[in-house]
Design a protein around this ligand. Structure first.
Ligand code: MIC
Length: 644
């Protein structure tokens, strides 16, 4: 039978289930990726499993998020992670070595392998022909322990690219076009597979841009073929022997279909406050900007910085504009220096930051109040930049660089200059020095835990009856940034659940923490619209509300990773059987589900009583038997512990 690339990758790793969309499958995981903001918890979870060494083919831990060292917390976490890597057998990418996704692609990615990462943008490695999936930390800890990764088999969405990109239009505009067409939930329960003649002129890092922001479409992951372009990339990285060809068979079929003639595209931009608010740049051109920010895993390539350098060459950033350059890996930084691009950027006024995620998750570089920041990053959820009333627009490096010079949002095609085409060099400088290999399994290594690292709180099993207040009612597309903010103030608390919980839902309701603490023992509900929990993989968006007594979320729909994170920590995710019932619940109504333990095991529908309004309605779950066990036990951790 003919197969597409996704089917080939899944079939080669299938440990349970069948490739029928909607049914649960188990996948063998070859590699894992963790970053510091989620990795500390992953290592604590792995430590609790008491397994001496990781069981994957390769696991790498990156220090890229928590780079500002305002006090002891972040550096303590870095040292803890270094010791855990040595002890358990992971590679350790030192602070300042770069963002996990491009660095992993440069140094460790292998076509045909599976990669599970505790970061939603792990899907970027699909650019190499890998099956790379973002997940909650606990699932990555399970993968480190050699356990399969379970998910519902997604539909496979074939997107044929034809034509060639016009001048001033680049890979970012392709993924923005996908977001313009399909919105932030268009990829839910789907894997996007790109193919067609339009791929020919997209280099591996261009494909990374598109695969990375598949997360913003809500897709499970994105897959590209492993073709001659991938071979060339690996050759440049000194790793050609890691290449194998993986392409779709002739006449391969897809569950869903779409086509983009990329020669018809123009520069696009996502307006505040959603990656799905996409319009042509010309429609918002002329607005004054405060910041032009280039970097992040959503535009990580050498070409992204080189093109910006060539645009600003000999000119000066407008005196109101902060032109922030965030190199994505140390290797790219070295090449920008040796090829002369960095000098052009710096001479034009660029502010140079260390290789890492930085302002992309609000770790510094916050914009001025109410002012416009143009960023090449993947997300612009409200307040994510660190400034509460922010105005973040997402665009290509071409648009950001052009606007940096003029001081207003500028369609780069209107600049009075020729398009500076850039071809990736055949040879580049390589840097592997900042990757520390694991210690030998004989070495005796002590974990170095600073005072900020607190143990995970206990998780009670599911009670017989769930009764409590609908403590919060929210609308559609609530992101994990709104549930559990990132930023320089909150990120250092990722290894301290009681402390980080104080920031839970702060952007939506400043009093949530106090209100939740007042009814913590009783327990509470959240009522939500569509696509609840979109965005990041941070399990803290489940852990913190759970610590504050959350028992169940009743929503019109969920984002994939957050849904699984809720289940992992024993929070029951339910969807309305009839979505109009959403209107019949008010914030602070008392909801009750009796005999929930029996109901879950017998049926996929449960009856909810709204005691305040004296009405009942039906809600559904789509849990597998394995997931029901987790909910009953109170968390996946409890389940694993009782099994041993
Ligand atoms: C993000 O881009 O939102 C993050 C910060 O990288 C997150 C991970 C995190 O919250 O630690 C992600 O994408 O999963």
């Amino acid at each position: 039978m003919t197969q597409n690339v996704t089917q080939k990758l899944i079939e080669a790793h299938l440990c349970s289930g069948r490739m029928t969309p909607g049914t649960e499958i188990g996948l063998k995981i070859d590699q894992t990726l963790t970053q510091d903001a989620t990795g500390t918890m992953v290592m604590l979870e792995f430590e609790a499993m008491q397994i001496p060494r990781v069981k994957t083919e390769l696991s790498a831990q990156y220090i890229d998020h928590n780079l500002i060292q305002e006090d002891f917390k972040n550096p303590d976490d870095h040292l803890f992670l270094r010791s855990a890597c040595k002890k358990y057998g992971l590679w350790y990418s030192r602070p300042g070595n770069g963002v996990s996704h491009p660095t992993h692609m440069e140094r460790f990615g292998i076509p045909g392998k599976t990669l599970l990462g505790s970061d939603s943008h792990t899907c970027a490695a699909g650019s190499l022909g890998m099956l790379a999936i973002g997940a909650g930390g606990l699932e990555v800890a399970m993968a480190l322990a050699g356990k399969p990764f379970y998910l519902k088999m997604p539909e496979i969405w074939g997107v044929r690219l034809s034509g060639e990109l016009p001048e001033w239009v680049s890979a970012k505009d392709i993924i923005l076009e996908m977001l313009r067409r399909h919105g932030v939930d268009g990829g839910l329960n789907r894997i996007i597979e790109y193919y067609g003649p339009g791929l020919q002129n997209l280099c591996a890092m261009d494909r990374h841009v598109i695969a990375n922001m598949g997360a913003e479409l809500g897709a499970t992951t994105t897959v590209f073929p492993s073709d001659q372009t991938v071979r060339r990339f690996l050759k440049t990285q000194g790793r050609e022997d890691a290449w194998q060809e993986i392409v779709a068979d002739n006449d391969a079929v897809y569950d869903q279909h779409d086509e983009i003639d990329i020669s018809t595209l123009e520069p696009l931009i996502a307006c505040p406050t959603s990656p799905g608010n996409v319009v042509p740049v010309r429609e918002v051109a002329g607005k004054e900007i405060y910041q032009a920010y280039i970097g992040s895993s959503a535009n990580p390539g050498l070409r992204d910085f080189a093109v910006a350098a060539l645009i600003v060459d000999g000119k000066r950033a407008h005196d109101r504009v902060s032109l922030d350059i965030n190199p994505t890996s140390r290797q790219i930084l070295e090449n920008l220096i040796s090829l002369g691009f960095l000098e052009k950027l710096i001479h034009a006024g660029a502010r140079l930051h260390q290789a890492g995620c930085n302002g992309c998750i609000g770790m510094g570089q916050a914009p001025a109040t109410g002012r416009i920041s143009l960023r090449t990053v993947p997300r612009n959820f409200p307040g994510r930049s660190g400034t509460r009333e922010d105005q973040v627009y997402l665009c290509s490096p071409e648009t950001a660089a052009a606007s940096a010079i003029t001081g207003v949002i500028t369609d780069p095609r209107t600049l009075d200059m020729d398009y500076p085409r850039f071809s990736e060099p055949e040879e580049i400088r390589l840097n592997t020095e900042m990757l520390v290999p694991p210690a030998s399994s004989e070495a005796h290594i002590e974990l170095e835990k600073g005072p900020n690292i607190k143990p995970l709180p206990p998780f009670d099993p599911l009670p017989e009856t769930l009764e409590g207040l609908a403590l919060l009612k929210v609308g559609n597309d609530i992101s994990t940034d709104e549930i559990m903010p990132a930023g320089a103030q909150v990120l250092p608390l990722r290894s301290n659940i009681p402390e980080i919980s104080k920031y839970c839902f702060r952007q939506i309701d400043e009093n949530y923490y106090t209100r939740a603490m007042n009814c913590r023992d009783q327990g509470s509900f959240i009522v939500a619209g569509e696509n609840y929990g979109q965005g990041s993989s941070r399990e803290h968006a489940a852990l913190a509300p759970r610590y504050l007594g959350l028992k169940a979320v009743i929503a019109k729909g969920f984002a994939r990773i957050h849904w699984q994170n809720l289940v992992n920590f024993g929070i029951l995710p339910l969807t309305f059987a009839d979505s109009t019932d959403f209107e019949r619940i008010g914030q602070n109504d008392t909801l009750c589900i009796s005999q929930i333990r029996e109901m879950l095991q017998q049926d996929s529908t449960v009856t909810v009583i709204n005691k305040t309004k004296d009405i009942t309605f039906q809600a559904r779950h789509s849990l597998s038997n394995r997931q029901i066990e987790m909910i009953l036990a109170g968390s996946l951790i409890n389940l694993v512990n009782t099994a041993e």
